[in-house]
Ligand binder design. Structure first.
Ligand code: HEC
Length: 502
């Protein structure tokens, strides 16, 4: 016993452990901060620790190369003992981390904890938020599946529009002009070394600030923060009703942490890991790419809003939002902290949450995003089929089966990413339609490898009938239809062949 004690004393003399304990775990906090509202910060930290541990385990198996990444995830899912569960915990851990971080931020905002003297705590928290979103985005890419591919292309095209330096930024992001093997290496490095390193460093600073400036007291309605008096007031609170963080204020954190662990384990068990969903292939539109939930609202906003607002949604709004949040502790540095006396703050939180949730809901459910059942299930309206040849009917079926209507509407029903096809024959000649289907372009994927020449033939034949009754189909002034190469020839019914010859 004596030797043990001597050893402990020896260690303490060198490492100053008791002093460290007293100044951290043992530091005094306002008794009012031992409230359920204060548990989200520690929950976020816990999620991060779970992510580091499960991430390190995943890294033992994961191979960051375009040819092996997908296979190594399949291996984890299906071969490795409990590998799928590890992936599931990492995935649900990340979702929970974003969710609890959001709760933490809302709580801190509503409790006025960003005000004097905790400005830097708030700002370091904002950087933690950005880093966490960076982890979420780079993590999505690790799956190297359809979602990853499309997520990246959306991310890259967003960046590409930044004035002046957009092109270079995309090059930097993708490690080259296109999404390729280098891209994956780059994202892997970001996901496992750079961003986690940054997060750890900023967490240290964040906690240091919490210790140095004290945990925010539970706001009392009517109490005003004044720069001249606040520090003395806070010291007063600590003197009167201060309690050591451990064990007096930590109990609710611990209970909530246990809940978080159970929550993640259960979510992972019930819903399993995410993906990988299909090997990435830019021409494959038979996919249902969707970002993870925290990016759904941006995805939805981009798809729903008119084109001219894209710049606004992509840069101007996020930039203004971020600048505002950074400036917030200086804009409203003093004054009332209690949410009961800050109706504008409460209303803005409700408004922002409503907008984000609604958009995310649209992102998850609405048909313009390639939700395959929605439009491909709807048959081509009868009025487009009356009096058509068998080939044209076949074309109509193909149009439905190839899910063209996810992007193109017919008779007012269908997606809106491409132009409506109702009167396409008045705009395009048959050759132009063939070219459009095979080569794609202007945001339409190329179908060259996904359809056979007879199928193109049938679809184009059907599309040449998509025009008002009295209008002839568009045609070239140059070579007549019957001089086209045989395998792309468009068979028109006799009446229209006469039309085309006129
Ligand atoms: C991912 C969405 C998407 C899918 C799926 C899609 N298209 Fe398109 N399509 C577009 C877009 C966007 C344009 C506009 C291209 C442009 O502006 O250059 C377009 C243009 C067209 C045009 C020219 C229309 C015009 O008036 O200029 C035709 C014809 C066409 N698509 C046919 C098809 C067919 C047939 C299919 C199914 C095999 C299909 N599309 C599938 C997005 C899509």
């Amino acid at each position: 016993m004596k030797t043990l004690r001597n050893m402990a004393v020896w260690l303490d003399e060198r490492l100053h452990l008791t002093a460290l304990w007293a100044s951290s775990a043992g530091h005094e906090v306002p008794a009012t901060s031992g409230s359920w509202w204060y548990v989200f910060g520690s929950a976020t930290l816990l999620c991060f620790i779970i992510q580091v541990i499960t991430g390190a385990c995943l890294a033992f198996v994961y191979i960051p190369s375009t040819s092996e990444a997908y296979t190594s995830l399949q291996y984890l899912n299906h071969v490795q003992f409990w590998g799928w569960y590890l992936r599931a915990i990492h995935y649900w851990g990340s979702n929970c981390m974003v969710a609890f971080m959001t709760c933490h931020m809302i709580q801190v905002f509503l409790f006025g904890a960003y005000k004097y003297p905790r400005e830097l705590t708030w700002i370091s928290g904002l950087f933690l938020l950005l880093c966490t979103l960076g982890m979420a985005f780079t993590g999505q890419v690790m799956r190297w599946d359809q979602d990853a591919y499309w997520g990246l292309s959306i991310g890259a095209s967003i960046m590409g529009r930044i004035p002046l330096i957009g092109g270079q930024l995309v090059h930097l992001l993708l490690a080259g002009p296109i999404i390729a093997g280098e891209t994956l290496s780059r994202f892997f490095t970001l996901h496992v070394f750079i961003i986690p390193g940054l997060i750890i460093a900023i967490i240290v600073m964040h906690l240091r600030l919490v210790l140095a400036k004290g945990i925010n007291e539970y706001p009392r309605p009517g109490y005003q923060v004044h720069r001249a008096t606040y520090d003395a007031d806070y010291a007063d609170i600590i003197r009167k009703e201060g309690v050591p963080f451990v064990p007096k204020a930590v109990d609710k954190d611990l209970i909530f942490s246990a809940f978080v662990i159970v929550l993640i384990l259960v979510l992972a068990l019930v819903f399993g890991p995410k993906g990988p969903k299909g090997i990435p292939d830019p021409a494959l539109v038979d996919t249902n790419p969707r970002p993870d939930f925290y990016f759904l609202s941006i995805f939805a906003a981009l798809a729903l809003l008119p084109d001219w607002m894209e710049m606004l949604v992509m840069f101007i709004a996020p930039a203004i939002g971020l600048l505002y949040l950074l400036a917030l502790p200086f804009i409203s540095n003093t004054g009332e902290k209690s949410a009961r006396r800050r109706p504008v703050a409460v209303l803005s939180v409700i408004l922002i949450v409503l907008v984000i949730v609604t958009l995310a809901w649209y992102g998850e459910t609405s048909p313009w995003s390639p939700d395959m059942v929605a439009w491909s299930g709807a048959a081509v309206p009868v009025k487009f089929l009356k009096g058509r040849t068998p080939l044209q009917m076949h074309g109509a079926t193909l149009l439905q089966n190839k899910q063209c209507r996810n992007c193109h509407s017919l008779g007012g029903e269908g997606g809106e990413r491409g132009p409506s096809l109702d009167a396409v024959a008045t705009r395009l000649t048959a050759d132009q339609m063939v070219r459009q289907i095979i080569q794609g372009g202007g945001n339409m994927p190329a179908y060259g490898k996904k359809v056979t020449p007879p199928e193109v033939d049938a679809m184009v034949s059907f599309m040449t009938t998509l025009r008002p009754e009295s209008t002839p189909p568009s045609r070239d002034s140059a070579p007549p239809m019957n001089k086209l190469p045989r395998d792309f020839a468009v068979v028109l019914p006799p009446a229209e062949q006469a039309d085309a010859k006129k």
